[in-house]
Every structure is written in structure tokens, then in C-alpha cells.
Design a protein around this ligand. Structure first.
Ligand SMILES: Nc1ncnc2c1ncn2[C@@H]1O[C@H](COP(=O)(O)OP(=O)(O)OP(=O)(O)O)[C@@H](O)[C@H]1O
Length: 256
């Protein structure tokens, strides 16, 4: 399902944080969103999920298929969030409950959103853990988050995000907190899931290396606006905007 953001503005008090963002996410495509710290990447993702900070006001349109998410009631949005649109955050330690087994975290989600019974939910949880390549899924399901490495925890967080078969996945700096040696594996996993499940993925990252590894399209944000958008190869090799060029020039010895 296509998710289209058009003319999205977000203000907190009289401060404009997003000043008219346009983005188009397509099924089976990874759309990378780059830009300096504070440019509004995270706010864009949070706006899609209806999770903006208290007091923030959003205008414009965010359409999922035919439906406008910005016009939805809190109850309707609650159904979409975690159901049709899911999110993976930078630090899996903060998005998972430390005192609950990963099986419990996976199944609660499905029981709540999909109304599955205990047994069914557990079977699907094991299947999901296999899908994100957790070894020995049938026994891993009864362990706690701290019993896994950071990379494995992020894979589990991805499994939780996928539990209700979302159409859109927003991944906000999903590999930034990870050791470089495991980053590539998590990115490959995201890419594979996008292809296999036809997910529309928004990959928020300040890291253009991450971008060049997996994104199909790239958008670059600066001060609350998308200043450039296009196919990855074109944007990273032949940027039109001086700011994108400056971002590329700041990469240590690496060009996309
Ligand atoms: N809770 C909040 N209330 C008000 N303003 C906020 C809040 N959180 C963030 N902001 C402001 O919104 C702007 C955009 O922040 P955002 O987190 O979207 O940037 P970002 O591009 O994701 O940066 P980073 O790469 O550092 O995460 C920043 O100027 C930030 O100060």
C-alpha cells in the first residue's frame, strides 16, 4: 500500500519544525531519509504514526491508500499503528520491556491487534523469529531481551514490528546503536523483508553509507524541508542540491 505525505507541516507552539514535507513510499521499496541532526527526520516518522509530542500541531496530508491519517480519531489511529504501520526505533533496549520474555512481547501484540488465541499467537511468534533469523526460535521465544546481543535484539524488535503484517515500516536509525560488524546483517534483513513482504519502508538515517547499501529512493531533509529526492544512484552520485553535495563531501573518504 502506498503512503503519501504531502505538504506536511508540524509546529510546536510558534516554532515550525516541519515546513511542508512531501514523501512517497511505495510497496517493496526502501525510501531513505537523510539529513543533519534536527532537520525533522524523526518528526516526519512520528507524524505518520500520530505520535508527535504533546502540543504539536500537524497539517497537510498523510494518506495510506485512500485514507488520510491526519484526519483520523485517536481510536482509528491506534488500530493503524502497530497494525498497518509499524515502527522500529534506534535502541531496541528502550522499545522492549526488560522483564517480559520476547515471546510475551510478540504475542501480546498479536493477541491485542489480531485477536489471536494463545497457541496460535505463539506459533506465529516462532515463525516470525525464524523470519528475522533468530537461531533456535522455538526455545529463544522464552528468553528475555538481555539474553540476546544488540543485533539480535534489533532483529527481535523488527519481528515485533512485523507481528501484525504491516504494510508500512518506519525504521528510525535502526542500525545506529549497533556494532558496525552487525549493522550490515540487520540492513540486509530489512531489505529482504521489504522485498519478500512488499513492505513500504521509510529508513531514517543520518548515515549515507547505510543509505547507499539499501535504499531505492533517497530524500534529503534540511531545516524541516525535503531539499532533494530521487533514485539513490542519482542523488548520491549526482546531487542537485548543494546541501546533499556537502553531506556527501563530508563522508570520510567514501563516495556512494
Ligand atoms: N518533544 C519535542 N518538542 C518540541 N520540539 C521538539 C521535540 N523533539 C524534537 N523537537 C525539535 O524538532 C526538530 C526536529 O527534530 P527531529 O528529532 O525530527 O530531527 P532529526 O532530523 O530526526 O534529528 P536526529 O538525527 O538528531 O534524530 C528539532 O529542532 C528538535 O529540537
Amino acid at each position: 500500500m502506498t503512503l503519501t505525505i504531502s505538504g506536511l507541516k508540524v509546529a510546536v507552539g510558534d516554532r515550525e519544525i516541519l515546513r511542508g514535507v512531501d514523501l512517497d513510499l511505495q510497496p517493496g521499496r526502501v525510501h531513505g531519509l537523510a539529513g543533519e541532526s534536527g532537520s525533522g527526520k524523526t518528526m516526519t516518522g512520528l507524524a505518520v504514526l500520530g505520535l508527535l509530542p504533546h502540543g504539536a500541531k500537524a497539517t497537510g496530508r498523510i494518506t495510506l491508500g485512500e485514507r488520510d491519517l491526519l484526519g483520523m480519531s485517536a481510536k482509528e489511529l491506534n488500530k493503524i499503528r502497530g497494525g498497518e504501520v509499524a515502527m522500529v526505533f534506534q535502541d531496541p533496549a528502550t522499545s522492549m520491556h526488560p522483564m517480559l520474555t520476547i515471546g510475551r512481547q510478540l504475542t501480546e501484540h498479536m493477541r491485542h491487534h489480531l485477536g489471536l488465541g494463545r497457541k496460535e499467537a505463539r506459533a506465529r511468534a516462532i515463525e516470525l523469529l525464524g523470519q528475522v533469523r533468530i537461531p533456535g526460535a522455538a526455545s529463544a521465544i522464552d528468553r528475555y531481551p538481555h539474553q540476546f546481543s544488540g543485533g539480535m535484539r534489533q532483529r527481535i524488535a523488527i519481528a515485533i514490528a512485523l507481528a501484525c503484517s504491516p504494510k508500512v515500516l518506519i525504521a528510525d536509525e535502526p542500525t545506529t546503536a549497533l556494532d558496525v560488524t552487525v549493522q550490515a546483517g540487520v540492513l540486509r534483513l530489512l531489505r529482504g523483508l521489504c522485498d519478500d513482504l512488499g513492505l513500504a519502508v521509510l529508513l531514517v538515517t543520518h548515515d549515507l553509507g547505510v543509505m547507499s547499501a539499501v535504499a531505492d529512493e533517497v530524500s534529503v531533509m534540511k531545516e524541516g524541508l525535503v531539499v532533494e529526492t530521487g533514485p539513490r544512484g542519482r542523488v548520491l552520485r549526482d546531487p542537485e542540491h548543494p546541501y546533499t553535495r556537502a553531506l556527501l563531501d563530508s563522508l570520510p573518504g567514501e563516495k556512494a
